[in-house]
Design a protein around this ligand. Structure first.
Ligand SMILES: [Zn+2]
Length: 491
């Protein structure tokens, strides 16, 4: 398996530090508002990366923090007259809810910054003892020039950064490059006691302390959005490696940006969308499909037109799987599947799976993997159109199972829903009234009605055929003529 390591700027063979075990950390959100779809794209990418590593047999342990103390949370609390705790609790709950809606698996460990103040203070104390950090009043800063490896994560030269370095009002740094580890208390802000007086941790401090505490160093993969590579990840790495020695993260992975209609998403441009906005209107799996059609490192161009397109694509995939399943369970006796067309679909099924795996093993190329799956959808449709009611059961079943398996790796369920869930009980009543079925299996009743209508049409008894269709229609059902034969489904 190959992954692109952004700190090496190269695709490398992935070998976990401990055979068969992967420890990964993905920076979580600052919980001051609903997350936007750009954040959601990053969390989806790492969800799929984690799912694929698991599918390939690795035992994956993933940690993701919740930043619940931060300037943005304090500002939001002041603006809305709430406490910082109320703001962070509200949006931490909202984040977890939206992740569940979006089909993102929970991390194994979800530490919160405010619960980890002790380990952070320990780390800062150690850095001061080692000469990598210093007090300035009641603030504590990390001394960037004390770390000869500083810049290796983002590939930046320390002196090049000097031009962009800023000193906040009131900060008394020895060097403009230095960053804050502990901020002295200000009125109205949440504070904790520390050896340097009351205050709160700087943003970068928490991830290093959590990785060290929950996963141990080094971890295999550290991930996040590309906007985090500098300064956040650079600083995380510097303070952890200076504090505990050795390597912080063996590999760094970063996701590309999300654009909306080709433009950077921003509130001022009116093209800013939260994940909740989108999931309130569109199915989560369509949004997953749209996002995964772009490789995670490339810029993703989001638009509602593309999202509507993904809704249609997903429907086509599900219809193909449903038709294959239907054909498989209704194949006539004697359709053994030995003909040339069936053999070809069998081959295409095997090719699709092989190509999907090869793409996913090549730096999680979901775009290529989906293209392979879509090819199988097309081949299946061609096969069913030609084979009609004589489709080979085993071949159709294998193609349906393959598609269900492949989309399943991406957290997209395309398996046909059990028909009993779909069809209402009214089917039973119609069949009983028509005298064609006496049992209590809704599917069998539906099939009996389909046969009754076919018989009527064969007799050219159009009145009866139409009456059956109308009765089903009033129950919200239609008779659909598919390649595998007619069937009843919800309108
Ligand atoms: Zn982080």
């Amino acid at each position: 398996m190959k992954i692109y390591d952004t700190s090496l700027r190269a695709k490398v063979d992935f070998e976990p530090l401990e055979p068969g075990v992967v420890r990964m950390y993905v920076c979580g959100p600052t919980v001051y508002d609903q997350i936007h779809i750009g954040n959601a794209r990053t969390f989806l990418a790492f969800d799929v990366i984690r799912r694929w590593l698991t599918a390939r047999g690795y035992k994956v342990t993933m940690a993701q923090n919740l930043t619940d103390v931060d300037d943005k949370i304090i500002r939001r609390a002041n603006e809305t007259g709430r406490t910082t705790e109320e703001v962070s609790t509200t949006f931490a709950d909202a984040f977890i809810e939206q992740m569940h809606r979006f089909g993102i698996l929970d991390p194994d460990i979800r530490p919160r910054a405010t619960h980890e103040i002790g380990p952070m203070i320990e780390m800062i104390s150690r850095l001061i003892e080692q000469g990598h950090a210093y007090r300035s009043g009641s603030d504590v800063f990390f001394s960037v020039r004390s770390d000869p490896d500083y810049g290796h994560v983002s590939g930046r030269d320390v002196d090049d950064q000097l031009a962009g370095a800023r000193v906040e009002a009131g900060e008394d740094k020895r060097d403009p490059l230095d960053f804050v580890l502990w901020k002295a208390a200000k009125p109205g802000e949440p504070t904790w006691d520390s050896p340097w007086g009351p205050g709160r941790p700087g943003w970068h401090t928490e991830c290093s302390a959590m990785v060290h505490r929950y996963l141990g160093m080094p971890i295999d993969i550290h991930g996040g959005g590309s906007d985090l590579a500098f300064p956040h990840h650079e600083n995380e790495s510097a303070q952890a490696e200076c504090c505990w020695g050795g390597t912080f993260a063996n590999h760094w992975m970063h996701t590309g940006m999300l654009l909306v209609n080709g433009e950077k998403m921003s509130k001022s441009l009116g093209n800013f969308f939260t994940l909740k906005d989108v999931l309130d209107e569109y199915p989560a799996e369509a949004l997953r499909l749209l996002m995964l059609q772009t490789h995670y490192r490339s810029s993703l161009d989001f638009s509602f037109e593309r999202l509507s397109g993904a809704v249609g694509t997903l429907e086509r995939v599900r219809t193909a799987v449903a038709n294959l399943s239907w054909a498989a369970s209704h194949a006539p006796e004697g359709a053994a599947g030995a003909d040339e067309a069936a053999r070809e679909l069998g081959e295409r099924t095997a090719q699709a799976r092989e190509s999907f795996f090869a793409c996913m093993d090549d730096d999680f190329n979901t775009a290529g993997a989906l293209a392979a799956a879509f090819d199988l959808v097309s081949s299946s449709n061609v096969y069913l159109d030609a084979a009609g009611t004589a489709a080979a059961a085993a071949t159709a079943r294998a193609a349906a199972d393959c598609l269900t398996e492949l989309f399943g790796y991406l957290g997209i369920d395309v398996a046909p829903k059990p028909a009993t869930e779909e069809l209402p009980e009214r089917c039973l009543e119609i069949a009983r009234e028509r005298g064609c079925y006496e049992g209590d299996d809704v599917n069998e009743a539906a099939e009996a009605l389909v046969r009754l209508r076919a018989d009527a049409r064969a007799r050219r008894d159009w009145a009866t055929a139409d009456a059956i269709r109308d009765e089903l229609s009033q129950a919200g059902l239609t008779i659909e003529d598919t390649a595998g034969g007619a069937r009843v489904r919800r309108s």
